[in-house]
Design a protein around this ligand. Structure first.
Ligand code: GLP
Length: 241
């Protein structure tokens, strides 16, 4: 894993955007794996700026998102479909048919997973953006998930629902299930870019860097991947030497 420590969130976002701009410049039809959560918002803002400055175009880009809450329609303001439109897609020239996100409604969850997993089989993701949960989750792969897992319905950990309740009016409204790319799907990306910002992520980053590779800490699987870049701000890096 290559570790970059940025001064602050702005620099973290800027460095991440430069990696993606470099990729798109080299390969205008690149396939991007995208993440939600607050961490990549700054990266998406930088990409929108670069698009407006005509440094890059998303016209030939395809995207695959990591996850979606089960039971939330694409119009629900807390759905990841909605998040991606507001944070990135509505502001760039990506073609709607090039956007792939697991469906959160419309069929039984197992059917939705199978449908998304089929798409991923031919996706050939060039670069996957990841955040990290406080418990080491990536996508919504919670501790204990097999490293061989493909797209599946996950029951969200109590701590994950707690961490995400800030976006809902009460804990009861936070969905109990999500559909997520599995760890196996994530590991198939050619490159991985993991971002972490803020002091609350420091213990998870310490465990990622110094801890063992274990299904009890899902992000640790990334040590088995040949091309991972981790970008941290100083706070997220505060527990590593
Ligand atoms: C969410 C998402 C993850 C994200 C993580 C951290 O639950 N499913 O993809 O990486 O939690 O979110 P944040 O960036 O807001 O800290």
């Amino acid at each position: 894993m290559r570790i970059i420590i940025a001064q602050d969130y702005q620099e973290l976002s800027d460095r991440a955007s430069r990696i993606i701009v470099g990729l798109i410049t080299e390969k205008p039809d690149a396939v991007l794996g995208l993440a939600t959560g607050s961490t990549p918002i700054g990266l998406y803002q930088k990409l929108i700026e670069k698009y407006r400055e005509k440094v890059l175009s998303f016209e030939k880009i395809k995207t695959f998102n990591l996850d979606e809450y089960y039971g939330l329609s694409p119009e629900h303001p807390q759905s990841y479909h909605y998040f991606m439109r507001k944070q990135l897609f509505d502001h760039v020239d990506i073609k709607p048919e090039s956007i792939n996100i697991p469906r959160g409604v419309g069929a039984e969850p197992e059917v939705l997973c199978q449908e998304y997993n089929e798409k991923l089989k031919t996706a050939n993701i060039d670069l996957q953006v990841l955040g990290i949960g406080n418990n080491g989750h990536i996508g919504f792969n919670e501790p204990g998930t097999s490293f061989n897992q493909e797209t599946f319905v996950v029951e969200l950990a109590a701590e994950t629902r707690e961490a995400n309740k800030r976006f809902f009016s009460s804990i009861d409204e936070v969905p109990r299930h999500a559909i997520t790319m599995g760890i196996k799907n994530i590991m198939e990306a050619k490159k991985i870019l993991l971002l972490a910002s803020g002091v609350s992520k420091a213990p998870a980053i310490k465990r990622l860097i110094y801890g063992p590779i274990s299904e009890e800490f899902p992000a640790s699987v990334l040590k088995n991947h040949p091309d991972v870049t981790v970008i941290l701000d100083r706070e997220a890096a505060s527990m590593i030497k």
